[in-house]
Design a protein around this ligand. Structure first.
Ligand SMILES: Cc1cc2nc3c(=O)[nH]c(=O)nc-3n(C[C@H](O)[C@H](O)[C@H](O)COP(=O)(O)OP(=O)(O)OC[C@H]3O[C@@H](n4cnc5c(N)ncnc54)[C@H](O)[C@@H]3O)c2cc1C
Length: 595
């Protein structure tokens, strides 16, 4: 039962009814993104995901990638699927027309990304990294480098990687040893080994562009000594044609828990020619601009897999007959009732549904601010949007991948033992979901980024961009009686978040261990409140649409799910607050030897 049907109605609800992207039609990428155009794009993307990517998801997992004579071969069907993907213009959707892109909003691109992650996450890792690299080169590359590399990344003929991790260094990038030696004629020569490089080598594209963090001679130790280099697999001639093979090769591919069709490579750089991107010593800064969009996409991976898990579990719960409803048979003409009658199964389904639909709305809202941060004509509005994106990126990356793993496990649980065996594809979803919590910076590190940097940055300015609109919304809605069941719990949870934020900032200033010990719980609390405000807005929009639309059931479903979120999921905030306020002592007092 490897099914998936793109949730187009829900995506359209978020884009047009909740976010009303039409209100930005005066801003460049939204001019062309009329509702008709967006609907046509999403429908075409849904067809591609359901008919091309989904059918090779399971076989890709089983076959995996293999290294043959120094070249990585992707599983059967991946090359053809990638060709269809690139020729269909899916790599160029949100790229600059100056480099052959379609100039559409990033928020539309991310909606497509969600569907692609739902249908075949391993496949999508390849174009996702290319898009992140496109953003990095577009922001920090010289005009010459942009001219040489962007058009081919945009049309999908070339792909890209990010090369940070080394055997002795993952989180602590200051330990990077890969060296870059200046060479007057060619730029730089890079030597060293990178591990865990996604798409480090494969047979999908003509060329692969590696973005590599390395150290120049005499560079200071730590991250300030890192510079960023572009190292192509094949050198590029001045007329754009491919030149000789560069000194970079795949040493081996990792055998791993999930996303088996995504090649995770050990990459050896043996005097490989590289070109400096950005300023010397600013490598990490440049790389971070690639990782921000990559981190949002990783968050979408959690959502994408959770959506597939939900759809399959929902179908199974309607069909599987076991036991009788506790209040009496619901289907007396059948041997037993479908398991969807049981409260515990409904609890699991609703948890998935509430997280998925809330997360979709929250993620697209952040993606919309990516567009506004780049294209809004008013510099203040651009800055405001940029602040929000910076603040929300670790939250989306971390919470969405945590719940993605939680939700795929719930989906598996609904299948009972049939979820644990391979037949239904549920165990693959769980395995594929797990990596999101690890790569692009582990979730623990994202939480530290939130508490140690983002909430205190610019004297709390980033935080106010998020807090102020929630405050306004609660005040605006407080007199609407039917909204009270949503705004009251939201207001309570929001107040707790504000108080705990002040506590974390104050305690963290005195003793950083307090902030570090609070970090993961704080991020979850933050995310739950963000989803709470999202669900309250969904309830508001749904109430307004309820009477005049022919889709009463759709909007009622939203209101009931919002109620479930407020009553059954948002209350987790209380225990998180208590855990955070217990401080660092319960965590730190046990001697390392006593573990
Ligand atoms: C499938 C896959 C694909 C990947 N793709 C890429 C890629 O394309 N490019 C690339 O460069 N890398 C890639 N990675 C590497 C990935 O980004 C790293 O695995 C990740 O950053 C963590 O590094 P590490 O594995 O060395 O763990 P470590 O850094 O050793 O961390 C181990 C544990 O300690 C915790 N920890 C470490 N330091 C701290 C701290 N200061 N405070 C609190 N906790 C801490 C971590 O959160 C983690 O739980 C990939 C990894 C995988 C598994």
């Amino acid at each position: 039962m490897t099914t998936y049907s793109a949730p187009l109605r829900d995506i359209s609800f978020v884009l047009h009814e909740l976010l009303d992207i039409g209100q930005f039609s005066h801003i460049a990428p939204f001019k062309a993104a009329t509702p008709t155009v967006v609907e046509a794009i999403l429908k075409a993307a849904a067809r591609l995901c359901e008919q091309v990517l989904l059918p090779i998801n399971r076989s890709g997992d089983e076959e995996g990638c293999r290294l043959e004579n120094g070249v990585v071969r992707t599983p059967s069907g991946f090359r053809e699927a990638y060709q269809t993907f690139a020729e269909g213009g899916w790599t160029s959707l949100a790229c600059d027309p100056a480099f052959g892109g379609q100039g559409l909003p990033e928020v539309v691109n991310l909606a497509v990304a969600e569907m692609a992650c739902s249908s075949n996450l391993a496949f999508y890792t390849y174009p996702a990294l290319s898009h992140a690299a496109y953003n990095l080169i577009g922001t920090h590359g010289s005009d010459e480098v942009k001219r040489a590399f962007l058009p081919r990344l945009v049309d999908g003929r070339w792909s890209a990687t990010m090369c940070l991790t080394e055997p002795h260094c993952g989180t602590d990038l200051g330990l990077i040893r890969t060296k870059a030696q200046p060479e007057s004629e060619v730029g730089y020569k890079l030597s060293g080994t990178k591990i865990f490089v996604t798409g480090g080598d494969h047979d999908l594209t003509e060329n692969i562009v590696h973005l590599v963090l390395a150290r120049l001679p005499q560079a200071p130790p730590g991250t300030t000594g890192l510079s960023l280099f572009l190292v192509p697999k094949y050198l590029v001639n001045s007329n754009g044609s491919l030149g000789p093979r560069n000194g970079v090769s795949c040493g081996s591919i990792e055998k791993k828990m999930g996303i088996n069709a995504s090649a995770t490579c050990v990459m050896n750089f043996d005097g490989a020619t590289g070109y400096l991107i950005g300023k010397k010593g600013r490598g990490l800064h440049c790389m971070l601009s690639m990782m921000d969009i990559a981190r949002l996409t990783v968050g979408l991976q959690g959502l994408g897999l959770a959506e597939t898990a939900y759809q399959r579990a929902r179908a199974y719960a309607r069909e599987r007959l076991q036991g009788r409803a506790i209040t009496g048979a619901q289907c007396p003409d059948r041997q037993a009732d479908p398991i969807i009658v049981h409260a515990d199964v409904r609890r699991m389904l609703l948890t998935m549904k509430a997280y998925n639909e809330g997360a979709r709305a929250l993620a697209y809202w952040v993606a919309l601010h990516v567009d506004l941060s780049r294209q809004h004509p008013d510099p203040e509005a651009r800055q405001e949007a940029e602040d929000l994106v910076q603040l929300m990126t670790p939250v989306v990356k971390s919470f969405f991948t945590d719940y993605g793993f939680e939700a795929t496990n719930l989906g598996l649980q609904i299948f009972g033992g049939h979820g644990y065996i391979r037949e239904h594809g549920m165990e693959q979803l769980v395995r594929d979901a797990r990596v999101g919590q690890l790569y692009e910076g582990t979730n623990g590190i994202q939480a530290l980024d939130l508490v140690r940097r983002k909430i205190v940055k610019k004297s709390g300015r980033l935080l106010r961009r998020f807090f102020d609109p929630i405050d306004r919304f609660i005040n605006e809605q407080k007199n609407y009686s039917r909204m009270r069941e949503f705004t009251l719990p939201l207001a309570q949870a929001f107040a707790k978040l504000q108080q705990v934020t002040a506590w974390v900032v104050e305690q963290g200033a005195k003793d950083p261990q307090q902030a570090a010990a609070a970090a993961s719980d704080y991020l979850r609390l933050f995310a739950l409140v963000a989803l709470g405000s999202t669900w309250a807005k969904i309830a508001k929009v749904s109430y307004a649409a309820l009477d005049n639309a022919g889709e009463k059931r759709f909007y009622e479903g939203k209101i009931i799910t919002a109620r479930f979120y407020m009553r059954r999921l948002l209350p987790q905030t209380s225990s998180l607050v208590r855990a955070i306020r217990s401080g660092s002592r319960p965590i730190m007092e046990l001697d390392a030897e006593a573990f």
